[in-house]
Design a protein around this ligand. Structure first.
Ligand SMILES: Cc1cc2nc3c(=O)[nH]c(=O)nc-3n(C[C@H](O)[C@H](O)[C@H](O)COP(=O)(O)O)c2cc1C
Length: 377
């Protein structure tokens, strides 16, 4: 069993959610996208949104480099570990590892349609075996104290009846699972790529609303296609929580006022410049501590100025791999120059003036490290 590392999640503290469900607003698990660098960025923008790791398979954890998969920064709480697997015993061992490493929740993936995942007989194909999912959850719950939750679809393949997902939730909830995150479209296990499986099968939000009516004691979180705070607020009229994936990744600035809008918190919102400066500090720390190249972090930043004057040229610099041997601070200076040149070209006013040029390591008041939050249900 690995010893917890210094930058790992610490013990949870009292919930800050002011009486709101801890699942009220979540950022989705996204393979290759929601890594720890991405989550660090998201946490600069919102303290109360619940974050999810990429899916980690039981095989990767039980036979691979545990630290590589599980380490995270204490600032990332509240943070859920998503597991992919279908063997109760293996999932229980992995859930225990997750708890030991400080995760606030263990989530089981029953929604991923990728053929590679199907060969391992987990992900969305588990929806056809609700009793197995219940056994998995039961074993995981027996192994940990933190909540064990399930993320799933509303159906698989051509299955078009609400009764299918209702019975799935009913059976799995008998294992004691009380939180269900529902991607509100079917997964087609044949004929569609994972990307098409996030776009082609129609969204049916009303089925998730119906699940909430049929299981009022459960926490139901709606996922799929949400692109704005207005849409999130609308869905929160019907369900306990919303989960946002692609929009959060492509436009991270969307997250900057979620604490105010959805959790009633009034701490000052950071500026885009302050977030970029904090990420530069983070890149430098990661390079010094672990030799992480700046572009492994910067790739998650590219949408930060989406729609802003100068954004295109700024983004080109941060994604220019010809600069990969340059120090991050130099790339940042080039990006700032490109931003302001781009603003001039478009004839639009710049963003609020930069205070000086070089970001410092002194904490911006709006960017003080987020405390470790509790996930007590
Ligand atoms: C690049 C990418 C990777 C994803 N990886 C996972 C994953 O590891 N586990 C999972 O449950 N869902 C995964 N998803 C699905 C998302 O969690 C989410 O359910 C889906 O994108 C629908 O939400 P959205 O419309 O807000 O993006 C992934 C989505 C994307 C775009």
């Amino acid at each position: 069993m690995p010893a917890p590392q210094a930058d790992q999640g610490q013990a949870a503290q009292p919930s800050p959610s002011g009486g709101y469900s801890p699942w009220r607003v979540c950022v989705a698990p996204m393979l290759d996208w929601s890594d720890r660098h991405c989550r660090y960025l998201h946490r600069l923008l919102t303290r109360h949104t619940r974050l999810y790791t990429e899916m980690v398979t039981t095989g990767a954890l039980l036979h691979g480099d545990v630290a590589r998969h599980l380490r995270f920064d204490a600032a990332e709480h509240p943070l859920a570990l998503q597991l992919g697997g279908s063997e109760p015993d293996e999932l229980a061992r992995c859930a225990r590892l997750g708890q030991e490493w400080g995760y606030d929740e263990i989530n089981l993936n029953c929604g991923c349609p990728s053929p590679r995942v199907q060969r391992g007989a987990f992900g969305a194909c588990l929806m056809s075996e609700p009793q197995r999912v219940a056994d998995c959850v039961r074993a995981m719950r027996a192994a940990v104290d933190v909540p064990v939750t399930v993320k799933h679809r509303i159906g698989i393949d051509e299955e078009q009846s609400y009764g299918f997902v209702r019975d799935f939730v009913g059976t799995v909830s008998e294992s004691g699972c009380t939180v269900f995150i529902v991607h509100a479209r079917n997964a087609w296990l044949q004929g569609l790529s994972p990307k098409e499986n996030r776009e082609v099968p129609p969204l049916r939000y009303e089925w998730v609303h119906q699940l909430k009516r049929d299981f009022p004691a459960l926490t139901l979180v709606l996922n799929g296609g949400l692109q704005s705070a207005a849409q999130m607020a609308e869905q929160l009229q019907h369900v306990d929580g919303v989960m946002v994936g692609r929009s959060a990744y492509h436009q991270p600035w969307l997250l900057h006022d979620w604490d105010a809008q959805f959790f009633g918190h009034s701490h000052p919102a950071p500026s885009r410049d302050a977030v970029e400066a904090a990420m530069l500090d983070y890149m430098e720390r990661q390079a010094a501590l672990e030799g992480t190249p700046w572009y492994a972090v910067a790739r998650h930043l590219l949408g930060l100025r989406h729609g802003q004057p100068g954004a295109r040229r700024w983004r080109q610099v941060w994604s220019d791999h010809r600069l990969k041997h340059q120090p991050a601070r130099h790339v940042w200076q080039l990006a700032q120059q490109a931003l302001h040149a781009g603003v001039g070209e478009q004839g639009a006013g710049p963003e609020p003036a930069l205070s000086g040029c070089a970001p410092t390591s002194a904490p911006d008041p709006a960017l003080t490290p987020a405390p470790a939050y509790s996930t007590a249900t």
